[in-house]
Write a protein that binds this ligand. Structure first.
Ligand code: TSX
Ligand code: MN
Length: 603
């Protein structure tokens, strides 16, 4: 069968057929593989990846169906400097995104992609973000020349020919074109992780809702369904269509009486968002269940309530620091069918990383494929090493995680890593104040790679690298929602697990004990009399935060909730300065909230 015949039996969608033909013309691959998402196909791709030494199989008894990939050391993370939002006008991308004129960028991309798949196979991946039967889901097609991307996408998104059935003759899709950017000259051998770091481009066209990615095979640069589609492009769609595409986990919380509420939460990186999403509560009778650990698509429905779906199908988590101590449910999730990238390999063909439980092995093969022993003093796993694991392998995956209607969100939680000033938990005075709190999220840096450690970095709504349009307009979109009639708006909270005492020790035990904070949030949402007003928002009333069984002194507790007006006035100045970045597109509600906070602090 010629490849054109194959294309016609693969999809009846004329737009899709013609788009694929255009890309074949442009990229000039040796072969075209129209993906089905089947098990056989997966095994075939795995065999290909083993033969090119891109991956190695892990011990099938210890880690069934699981593999370790090692990337090029130049291709280990998302590259924000190479990420572009190509809106028609530069102003619409805003001060926090890179912008290029879409016409100029299209010319650049045409030159880059011309013949870029020579000597390679072009894979065409049909995938769905969200459950196939949900009206809130959206279809994407990713073209890629990386079989590693195909195998990873099959974990992270719903890849299946069923997607093509849903797409039908007339359906629309988000087009993503990806290449590692290394055409193979005749007979030239491939490398194990082809990439082209000097020419990396991760480009979003919000007008046509299309994505082009060149030069990287890693994570969010290459698995286009996740950050590129489900956040950057979807945030534009959400703004246009009146919904929310957010960088939020979704969890269900059940109290001892069996009453259940769902929450969504946004945290900057290195705050333990995945740990919270699948936390084991320490409080008797309380239970957390996980709907998603990274992205929430949320819509108000006919009953006026906000419902969330998780558009993803898996977890793409940072491996170092993940352990049975910090996150047992993540460890169980990655027992099988998992692709690890840039972690270390043990002598018995299992994986290891810094921060894992138990004894550190005496010998490993590190992420650079070098023999490693503790005496080297280097890290055996890259600090951004990842696991891609199917979400349905999580022991506490929520029974409603694939409910096409979504789950009703009763509270939104913002967080950050703050050693000083910011209380353990507080609640916004109203929606507008809550949106201000989301816009004010900041976190202290933890890794030397981010510049100096402990520096405050603003990350509004944890969306700074993921908003596909001007962040000032994004804040406005959130404020507008609060002005609509007939909606039951979720309550908004802020948490900070990372406050320290004067000696530099963490004041709060964190992890499973965060269930105490979630309990307080739950009770506040229920309407219980648990809060009192402070200048920064509502904080727990005396004895309303359950600290039973915790060895925590009254003074300690006081420190966790102390609000120093002088320090907060300094915060306010810092915030005001940050918001000047958005110039005339800063909603006046932000200025109002800054003024109100100033007044409350002065009283
Ligand atoms: O994930 C974390 N969470 C959320 C858990 C549901 N971490 C790890 C952050 C790095 C990604 C935390 N670290 C948390 C937390 O709540 N809190 C802390 C700070 C902390 C670290 C160690 C201890 C306590 C607090 N150890 C002992 O108390 C023994
Ligand atoms: Mn994320």
């Amino acid at each position: 069968m010629s490849s054109i015949d194959a294309l016609e039996s693969w999809t009846s969608n004329l737009k899709l057929r013609s788009w694929i033909k255009q890309k074949i013309e442009l990229c000039n691959p040796d072969k075209v593989h129209l993906c089905t998402g089947s098990k056989d196909e997966h095994q075939h791709l795995i065999n290909t990846l083993i033969s090119t030494k891109t991956i190695v199989a892990l011990d099938p008894d210890l880690r069934p169906g699981s593999y370790l990939a090692r990337s090029d050391p130049e291709d280990v993370a998302r590259v924000e400097a190479s990420t572009f939002i190509c809106s028609e006008s530069k102003d619409d991308a805003g001060p926090t995104n890179n912008w290029e004129d879409p016409r100029i960028m299209r010319e650049k991309l045409s030159a880059l992609f011309k013949g870029c798949m020579k000597g390679r196979t072009m894979y065409v991946i049909p995938y769905c973000m969200g459950p196939l039967d949900s009206k809130f889901s959206h279809i994407g097609i990713e073209i890629t020349d990386s079989p590693y991307v195909v195998c990873s996408m099959r974990i992270m998104a719903r890849v299946s020919t069923k997607v093509l059935d849903v797409l039908g003759d007339e359906g629309d899709f988000i087009a993503g074109t990806h290449s590692v950017g290394v055409p193979l000259k005749d007979g030239k051998a491939d490398v194990s992780w082809p990439c082209n770091p000097k020419k990396r481009h991760i480009v979003h066209f919000p007008t046509t809702k299309s994505i082009w990615s060149y030069g990287s095979g890693y994570g969010g640069n290459a698995l286009l369904g996740k950050k590129c589609f489900a956040l950057r492009i979807a945030s534009v769609m959400a703004k246009e269509q009146g919904w929310l595409a957010e960088h939020m986990l979704i969890l269900g919380l059940t109290n001892p009486e069996g009453e259940k509420k769902y929450f969504a939460a946004a945290f900057p990186s290195a705050c333990g968002k995945t740990n919270l999403a699948m936390m084991n509560a320490t409080l008797d009778g309380w239970k957390v269940e996980c709907v998603g650990d990274d992205i929430a698509w949320m819509h108000f429905q006919e009953d006026g309530k906000l419902y969330a779906i998780n558009p993803e199908n898996g977890f793409f988590g940072v491996a170092p620091g993940t352990s049975f101590t910090s996150n047992p449910n993540a460890m169980y999730s990655l027992r099988k069918n998992t692709i690890f990238t840039n972690v270390a390999l043990t002598d018995d063909q299992d994986i290891w990383w810094e921060g894992m439980d138990g004894k550190r092995p005496d010998h490993l093969v590190d992420w650079l494929s070098q023999d490693w022993s503790p005496s080297l003093g280097s890290k055996a796993a890259h600090s951004n090493a990842r696991f891609a694991a199917p979400a349905n392998q999580c022991p506490i995956i929520d029974p409603n995680w694939e409910n096409p209607k979504g789950v009703p969100i009763e509270g939104i939680i913002f967080g950050g890593r703050r050693a000083h000033n910011v209380p353990l938990v507080y609640e916004s005075l109203d929606w507008q104040h809550g949106v201000f709190l989301g816009a004010s999220i900041s976190s202290e840096t933890t890794a030397a790679a981010e510049g100096s450690v402990g520096k405050l970095r603003h990350d509004p709504f944890a969306m700074l690298p993921f908003c596909g349009y001007h962040m000032g307009d994004y804040f406005k979109h959130w404020f507008e929602i609060g002005k609509k009639q007939g909606l039951s708006l979720p309550k908004i909270f802020c948490v900070n697990w990372f406050r320290k005492d004067c000696k530099g020790d963490f004041l709060w035990p964190g992890f499973g004990e965060n269930s105490r904070v979630l309990k307080w949030i739950f009770e506040s949402v229920q309407g219980q009399d648990v809060k009192e007003k402070s200048p920064v928002g509502f904080i727990p009333r005396l004895n309303s935060l359950d600290v039973s069984g915790l060895n925590i002194s009254e003074k300690h507790l006081k420190n966790l909730f102390e609000i120093d007006a002088q320090e907060w006035t300094h915060e306010l100045g810092e915030l005001k300065n940050f918001f000047t970045l958005f110039k005339d597109r800063l909603p006046q509600e932000i200025s109002q909230e800054l003024e109100s906070l100033e007044k409350r602090l002065a009283n």
